[in-house]
Write a protein that binds this ligand. Structure first.
Ligand code: GLU
Length: 302
């Protein structure tokens, strides 16, 4: 895997914390080992939650830690035309439909009655308990990957055949036909996921007009030529759907993936930006050196 391209893709919705540092270490180490190129992509697709001051602070902390990108940074908020173009491509295939469902409405849908599916081992799994990350190989990782608090929603296709008109306050979804996505995680080994059973038709634009993470990241990884995605285990369940979506967008070969362990705040909660005690800013203010911050971050993972 020479000449690979990877990316570090923080959302500027908070300050850099030790969880980001773990990710950055993996991204730069794995990429440098393969003589590859690291891109930095600011994932500010969520216009309500993203803040320029967080972006500036993240970039500044990253530079202080010594993580340097190999190309000019890009911002998702400046890539509207690229996403609109990708959307058109899906639209021309008849895969896009308007959706007026709120999150609360999807949560209230009787999803458990729509049947069951099989997990990677072929066992039947009732839909109601499949709203989390997909089953994965490597049992030790299961506890780390499973985050009940953030368990994802399965969209039951409520608006699929309603023929709603697009417009303000209406979201857009892409139809995901049943498919079995197989990939080899560079750390976990062979994986199987069924996106249509895990999440259902993906939201591409939300009702507030924001491009979604799944869509923007998949388009960017394709357009930027990213060939190795290195990220935390909390995003493992996103991989199958991103591979399926990339194929619909015309990507012939999906990137390779590597999902690394997270720092867990407690058994079922990963670190988040809200956890001020792990903010790099605070550690810097307390006189920590970059190498000590990196060592501290890595010491919390195992
Ligand atoms: N922006 C995402 C995050 O901050 C990372 C997305 C990815 O690596 O695919 O969690």
């Amino acid at each position: 895997m020479r000449g690979i391209i990877s990316r570090f893709a923080p959302a500027p919705t908070g300050f850099l914390h030790l969880g980001h540092v773990v990710n950055a270490v993996h991204v730069w180490r794995e990429t440098r080992t393969r003589s590859g190129t690291v891109l930095v992509r600011i994932e500010d697709h969520d216009r309500q939650r993203s803040r320029p001051e967080f972006e500036a602070a993240i970039l500044e902390d990253l530079a202080w830690l010594g993580f340097e990108a190999d190309a000019p940074m890009v911002r998702q908020s400046e890539r509207h035309d690229i996403y609109a173009h990708a959307l058109d491509r899906l639209r021309r295939q008849g895969l896009i439909y308007a959706c007026s469902c709120s999150r609360a409405r999807i949560e209230a849908a009787p999803a458990a009655q729509t049947g069951s599916a099989t997990n990677a081992a072929g066992a039947a799994v009732p839909r109601a308990i499949r709203k989390g990350p997909a089953p994965i190989a490597g049992e030790a990782d299961v506890a780390q990957a499973f985050r009940p608090a953030d368990a994802e929603l399965w969209y039951p296709g409520t608006c699929r055949h309603r023929g709603l008109a697009e417009g303000a306050g209406i979201g857009l979804r892409v139809r995901l036909e049943p498919s079995l996505e197989r990939f080899v995680d560079l750390r976990l080994g062979a994986q199987e996921q069924r996106p249509s059973d895990q999440c259902g038709d993906l939201l591409v634009r939300d009702r507030g007009g924001n491009w979604t993470y799944q869509f923007a990241a998949t388009v960017d990884d394709m357009v930027q030529g990213v060939t190795l995605v290195i990220r935390g285990l909390d995003l493992l369940a996103s991989t199958g759907r991103q591979i399926q979506l990339a194929r619909l967008l015309g990507r012939a070969d999906p990137p390779a993936f590597l999902h690394h362990p997270l720092i867990m705040r407690s058994a079922d909660r990963k670190l988040s930006k809200a956890d001020g005690d792990t903010g790099i800013r605070e550690l810097r203010a307390a006189g920590w050196a970059p190498a000590d911050v990196i060592a501290r971050a890595l010491s919390l993972v195992d």
